[in-house]
Ligand binder design. Structure first.
Ligand code: GAP
Length: 545
């Protein structure tokens, strides 16, 4: 993962947001290559949903919506994660993601010999600074229970250090020699998640933390002007169901597709872009007749697995998890999670959920506006149900990078020496740059003229680049490292005629002495062959689509 993160920065795929100011946790910027990769991914999803099928239409909803939407959808009341706080550092953790720890837990009752003169101040601080920690005072001790977990083999001193941090305020106010920790007991603890993974401090009580970013609309900051940045793109598609249905004149089953930003104030953003606070989703709300949910859920599972294969993520690397009822969102009648083997573990890329008619019903009830579908065949009105494949753009970009990254020991194409080649084996469809055009030497105007000509011919058709600095082997390596599938080199055979007869990349014969052919180099195999210049556009278009 470190190597991938370093490559992303070095070659301009992904940068830390606000980097020169120390960054912003959970936010990322896509550089010149990253944005092309991401765009290719989104464009392909968009085409597969809205162009290659007749039963899905596109949509682009606003990020800010009436707060009533989030109340009706359940997000205001239930879109939260369980959170615990480290009382020393004030750092917050998702309680369901804490790694279990084992060791000796030291339980303290408090500190002794706090001078009575400072006790009044100390107690005030307990209320304001430490929150609702139950404390009592006596003339010589301040009691406030606290515990520290110390891994096996480590001395009590490290527990004392953390405990003193916890009781710091009181200890600082006391004369240093007079303060002393009061140990209550020790316990051997196995696989506990009650202690901070960073310093062993006993974590506070679990609280619910709503993940939506709150903001105010308009110049007045009052409860009436509160709304939220959308935490999923889905809701706008439910709220506009009727409008889209009327204008598109679709019949069930039909879908609405959307790609856009979503925001979640994640407690612990982590694993590079995997869990971010600002990210993009590609969501399809596929509206179906009641009772057909299980069938459609399975159909969409197959569709989506095939789609991942088509972008270069093999079926074997995707794990399908049938989410057990206890772990499903409360509205879901069945969910598959598609998980990818990331270097940091098998983690979710996409969720495919059968949401029943939950969303349409909630919005119909809350708004008072009918959102039912009139079925011409049965002459009945009912609420459509929904199957929703919801994929993360950033997570899929990360999966593409992880899947593509490779280090190979190869022979230098110029001097035959062994070296390590870093290569991104992107599928040509996803590759940020499809082909690079090179004159073999930059100081030979005849070569440069032909190369520039080819570059200009290809430029309107697909994303190409032109490079003339460094030896040709170095230029190939640089293109390998950013995943460019084809290299096109204008060499002396282009001008003087091919040295020998061969079969071109397109399958047509090239005669010895034939002019206007170039070397076509393939990134993955490093194989080189010749191709006639006029054949290049059609060949490349056919091989990167
Ligand atoms: N409308 C359903 C929905 O939003 P979700 O499982 O919460 O479902 C769908 O999110 C997808 O969005 C996830 O599978 C993931 O790919 C992406 N996603 C969710 N939270 C994310 C985060 N904090 N950072 C990056 N991607 C995220």
């Amino acid at each position: 993962m470190e190597k991938i993160v370093a490559l992303c920065k070095r070659r301009g795929f992904i940068f830390q947001s606000s980097e020169i100011y120390g960054g912003l946790n959970g936010a990322w910027d896509y550089g010149p290559l990253g944005v092309e990769l991401k765009r290719n991914l989104k464009d392909y999803w968009w085409k597969c949903m809205t162009q290659f099928r007749d039963d899905i239409v596109g949509f682009d909803g606003s990020i800010l919506m009436n707060a009533a939407v989030w109340k009706a959808s359940g997000h205001v009341d239930t879109f939260s994660d369980p959170m615990v706080e480290d009382p020393i550092t004030k750092k917050r953790f998702r309680s369901d993601q804490i790694e279990p720890q084992s060791g000796t837990a030291y339980y303290y009752k408090g500190v002794r010999s706090v001078p009575s003169s400072v006790q009044e101040q100390s107690e005030a601080a307990i209320q304001s600074d430490k929150g609702p920690i139950p404390t009592t005072k006596s003339s010589s001790a301040l009691t406030s229970p606290f515990a520290v977990l110390v891994p096996k083999g480590k001395p009590e001193a490290s527990a004392q250090k953390a405990a003193k941090e916890f009781y710091k305020f009181f200890i600082e106010k006391a004369l240093p020699d007079e303060s002393e920790l009061i140990l209550d007991r020790t316990e051997q603890v196995e696989n506990s998640t009650a202690f901070s993974p960073e310093n062993g401090a006993q974590l506070g009580l679990e609280q619910k933390f709503n993940l939506m970013f709150k903001t105010y609309v308009g110049a007045t900051e009052s409860e009436d002007s509160v709304t939220y940045l959308r935490p999923e793109t889905a809701q706008a598609m439910f709220v506009q169901f009727k409008n889209v249905l009327d204008v598109s004149q679709k019949k069930l089953p039909f879908g609405i597709a959307q790609i856009g930003k979503a925001f979640r104030n994640e407690i612990n953003p982590r694993n590079f872009t995997f869990r971010s606070r600002e990210f993009e989703q590609m969501e399809l709300e596929f509206f179906i007749k009641p009772g057909t949910g299980p069938d459609w859920l399975n159909k969409w599972l197959e569709e989506r697995l095939a789609w991942y294969e088509a972008i270069g993520i093999p079926r074997a690397k995707i794990h399908v998890l049938t989410v057990p009822e206890k772990d499903r969102a409360f509205y879901s009648q069945g969910t598959y999670d598609l998980e990818y083997e990331f270097p940091f573990g098998i983690q979710e890329l996409e969720g495919i959920a059968h949401r029943g008619n939950y969303d349409l019903k909630q919005h119909q009830d809350a708004s008072g506006k009918p959102l039912e579908y009139f079925d011409e065949e049965s002459k009945t009105k009912y609420l459509a149900e929904v199957v929703e494949p919801s994929a993360g753009v950033d997570r899929t970009v990360l999966a593409l990078l992880c899947e593509a990254y490779d280090e190979e020991t190869v022979k230098d194409e110029e001097n035959g020496k062994e070296e390590t080649r870093v290569v991104l084996h992107f599928s040509p469809r996803m590759a940020p740059i499809k082909a690079a055009v090179f004159p073999l030497l930059k100081n030979k105007p005849e070569l440069v003229a032909v190369a520039k000509d080819i570059y200009k011919t290809l430029q309107p058709l697909l994303k190409v680049t032109y490079a003339d600095t460094a030896a040709i082997g170095r230029r190939y390596r640089r293109m390998d490292e950013i995943g460019t599938p084809f290299g096109i080199t204008v060499d002396f055979e282009t001008l003087e005629g091919a040295k020998e007869a061969s079969t071109s990349a397109t399958g047509t014969p090239i005669a010895a002495g034939q002019k206007d052919t170039v070397t076509l180099r393939h990134r993955d195999t490093m194989k080189q062959e010749r191709i006639a210049i006029p054949d290049l556009p059609a060949y490349l278009l056919a091989n990167v689509a």
